[in-house]
Design a protein around this ligand. Sequence first.
Ligand code: AMP
Length: 440
Amino acid sequence: MYHKMKGTYDVLPDDIGKWQKLEKVIKNVSRLFHYQEIRTPILEHSELFHRSVGETTDIVSKETYDFVDRGKRANTLRPEGTAGVVRSYVENKLYAQAIGVDKYYYMGPMFRYERPQKGRYRQFQQFGAEAFGSNSPMLDADVIAYAVAILRALKIKDVTVHLNSIGDDASKANYRAALLDYLKPHVGDLCHDCQTRYQTNPLRILDCKIDGGGPILSNAPKPLDYLSDAAKAHFDELTGYLDAMKIDYEIDKNLVRGLDYYTDTVFEVKAHLETLGAQNTILGGGRYNHLVADLGGPDVPGVGFAFGLERLMFALESINFQGDPDYLHLYLMILGDAQKQDGMAMLNRCRMGGLLADVDFLDKNMKGKWKQVEAAGARFVAIYGANEKEAGTVNIKDQQSGEEKTIPKHQLYNHIVAELMKPADSCDSCGADSCEDCEE
Ligand code: AMP
């Protein structure tokens, strides 16, 4: 008996419908916002994440799944999606074909060696989006609107958009100096990691899970108060668009996000739902104006976000989100071994014509077969036994109306298609859309 690895989970058939529906909603909204799917490898050179996410971030310093392959190369299972998308954007010179802004979305597994708990896994699913080619705050607003539209389409209501700006290069340099100054007398009171961060990456101290919320950091200067004129104008323009689009947000001066590549806008969405427990941040994102250049591309700005799909799924639990139920157009009951070849041929013809159809492979008795019909949610049941074979017919029952009929067996496919094409509220007697004659 083998067990799944810690921090991983199986999606079983009972739950797959919900995942498929969630993915469908996301893809539909992505079309509305004119984003195209991009699929990049799960494996990348370790260097990519060191360079983009940052050496000193928790993700890279503590959480990546790294291994040396047989060719002695250092590989990493991707811990997030942006680095791979930017690598692909640069490597495939997608920027060279750009006529407008390039908008991509991705969906797939990410890997982080974290302490597993509800809403925190070692293999988890992210859906994320990246938009390249404009520094306009209009694009930041578009990206935030896209994330919010997905939540709306999923009917997740109780959420707050937390918004902040960490500023452009000039603001960040200003702020860094102020922060170092403020923290200097407190360094000894910070956690061990933050004492190192003070030297390497002081901004990350604000994001610390241990010191965060404590008095030292609560009283620390905030990036928003050190914005350059340009960064302030960028932020004000963004909030103007969000106000115009009636997207609610809260300015959260403490929000910095745990990845190195952000500039200017950063945002997160938190859901206030019991089903989420402590891990209630369902998405995070921001602008990254230097990442494309840092990874060897031209000076092209970008902005994006990533949703954790498991957390989204927990949020959906509270509103009883259901996948589409299992459904078959046809369940064929073959009675007797001598009818099996004919039966399989009929079934195959129906499937080739596009009907969802299945059969009993276990030679169950009639009770067992009817149980399968119910479990599969079949609309029509066709019974084909020795008598039907003799007469060249098949008995068909419409599970919706209860109506039973005997029809020539070669008409099975056409009969079902004709029945399925009748409008739902059509006249029971003649099938017409509205029928005064029959009603009378
Ligand atoms: P990040 O890439 O860290 O900004 O995370 C973006 C989103 O991914 C978060 O808001 C979470 O919803 C989700 N996420 C991050 N890490 C995990 C994890 N270990 N397990 C499940 N979801 C995660």
